[in-house]
Write a protein that binds this ligand. Structure first.
Ligand code: UN1
Length: 517
């Protein structure tokens, strides 16, 4: 469509060629299988993208190893200056890159733009970090000795990202990895290659202006084989993977098998708990956004809602009413709140989850079917769903409570005591995000402490999704224990050296060991 071509050409993605190169190692290429980028709203094919052959994967890794040699000796603040320019270049394309996210992934425009903003923010963070990646000086027990802990770059960092955040998650990794002096090799999701190409073109322009090899931020469009090429490469000491638990388990084993390091960002199955003293004027819109936003396709999406018995009828009534107001449609239309699911497969998964709810005797308060009418029938549109499963206990072998379904389905249960709600919160395999709504500080203390939520992100009067970049992002248990973005996440992108230096004229042994004979 003309709309799609306008977006692509503004991002310097060739639209006249029949196939768009999806591999970048300083030059654009790609002789592997052809990926189809499809618009989930209309079904239109946006582009055919050339992916990497096994040989191109190896060549790109080699180029990135070379690029690393150039940037590893650059003073970190100089790398920070390059990140600052990347930030400016991204900000200049914020709106159109956000539109491409909406076009190719299907999330609404404000969220597409928000994703670019998240990349801009993490670049700012990387600029600051480039002057603050501090090691330590440790007191030695020996006279005239000093112990230094120094961070040095790792080499090549592999980044495998998912369709649902086709821009921001690469940003989290690239910014920290580059500030730390690594080259980065990125494999975007095979269904969002254009976002990968657009971002890489923007970064490549900045690298070129600064005389830095383009393979400092390489791109490898492709599917499973390309991913395996990165995961199994001895040249990639750190693999950052975002995706399903099933694939993450394989990635974790493979990388551990060669003693590499991983950052895993896998499934989420996030709960919101609403106490009877909660401010519902805040809680309800946040739960609505958490469960329906991004059409339920964030790792941090609210999938479980535990409501105190005293307020349950009111909460469910008002939430159902809110669901009824959702404006569904084209994600590029500024009024839309609910876009399509990303693929036809996701619609089937949604349907199967709804069937499972129905056959197990759950009550469906709203939703439970796809939109088939008019303009929506061309896209993967499903109705956001609230269900009350028969059994509120996630600890029973209930697939309904324990499985992450990447669609807007919110399962609800009613509780009497906070302890019970926390037990339910903690009794699923995943451990990404959770949120408690209360005005009682005693509940907050319990929730944040050793008897509280076991997730990596633990919020109070803030929904489960929509984290800022400053805090470490990631989850525990089957979410994979990875941390990205803020906090101490940068410390994973370096190799730490513990260095004992003897400035004296004697060479005493530690612990007073005497080896003089
Ligand atoms: C994801 O869903 O994979 O907290 C990432 C959030 C976003 C990132 C989500 N900042 O919802």
């Amino acid at each position: 469509s003309s709309r799609a071509s306008a977006i692509l050409s503004e991002l310097d993605i060739p639209t006249t060629a029949t196939e768009v190169p999806g591999v970048y190692d300083g030059a654009w290429k790609g002789s592997g299988e052809i990926l189809e980028s499809k618009c989930p709203t209309t079904g239109e094919v946006l582009a055919h993208v050339q992916s990497a052959t096994p040989q191109e994967v190896q060549q790109t890794l080699e180029k990135s190893r070379e690029a690393h040699k150039t940037i590893r000796t650059m003073p970190a603040p100089k790398r920070g200056e390059v990140l600052r320019q990347v930030r400016e270049a991204l900000a200049a394309k914020r709106d159109v890159l956000g539109a491409l996210v909406s076009l190719e992934m299907g999330k609404i425009k404000t969220e597409g733009v928000g994703e670019v903003q998240e990349f801009v923010d993490i670049c700012d963070y990387g600029v600051g970090l480039s002057r603050m990646m501090n090691g330590r000086v440790v007191a030695s027990e020996r006279p005239g000795h000093t112990i230094y802990e120094l961070p040095n770059p790792l080499g090549v960092v592999g980044v495998l990202t998912a369709f649902n955040f086709p821009v921001a998650v690469y940003g989290w990794n690239f910014s920290l990895s580059f500030a730390a002096g690594n080259a980065t090799v990125w494999k975007p999701s095979p269904s969002t290659p254009l976002c990968g190409i657009a971002v890489t073109r923007i970064i490549a322009g900045v690298l070129e202006r600064n005389g830095i090899p383009g393979a400092a931020s390489s791109l490898l469009a492709g599917g499973k084989d390309v991913g395996l090429g990165i995961v199994n490469s001895e040249d990639v000491p750190l693999v950052s993977f975002t995706g399903s638990e099933a694939v993450g388990r394989e990635v974790g084993k493979a990388v551990q098998g060669r003693f590499g390091k991983t950052i895993l960002e896998l499934g989420g199955n996030n709960a919101s708990i609403v106490m009877s003293d909660a401010d519902l004027s805040m809680a309800l819109p946040a739960i609505y956004f958490g469960a329906v936003g991004t059409a339920g396709q964030r790792c941090t999406t609210t999938r479980r809602l535990y409501v105190h018995r005293d307020i349950a009828p009111r909460v469910l009534e008002e939430l159902t009413r809110l669901y009824g107001t959702v404006r569904v449609g084209d994600p590029l239309d500024g009024r839309t709140l609910l876009g399509p699911l990303h693929t036809a497969q996701a619609v089937s998964t949604y349907g199967a989850a709804v069937d499972r709810l129905r056959s197990s005797g759950a009550e469906i308060l709203t939703g439970g079917e796809r939109y088939n009418d008019g303009a929506l029938s061309g896209g993967h549109f499903v109705k956001p769903t609230i269900a009350v499963p028969k059994n509120p206990q996630p600890s029973s072998a209930s697939e309904i409570w324990r499985t992450e379904t990447f669609a807007p389905i919110l399962n609800v249960a009613v509780f009497d005591e906070l302890e019970q709600a926390i037990e339910w919160n903690n009794s699923v395999p995943q451990g990404l995000s959770s949120s408690l709504w209360t005005r009682d500080i005693r509940n907050v203390g319990r929730w944040l402490g050793p008897e509280g939520s076991d997730t990596g992100i633990v919020n109070v009067n803030v929904g489960t999704s929509g984290a800022e970049i400053g805090a470490a992002f990631g989850g525990n248990k089957s979410t994979g224990w990875g941390r990205e973005s803020g906090g101490d996440a940068w410390k994973q992108y370096v190799r730490w050296s513990a260095c004992t230096v003897n400035f004296s004229d004697a060479a005493p042994l530690a612990q007073g060991v005497d080896f003089s004979g």
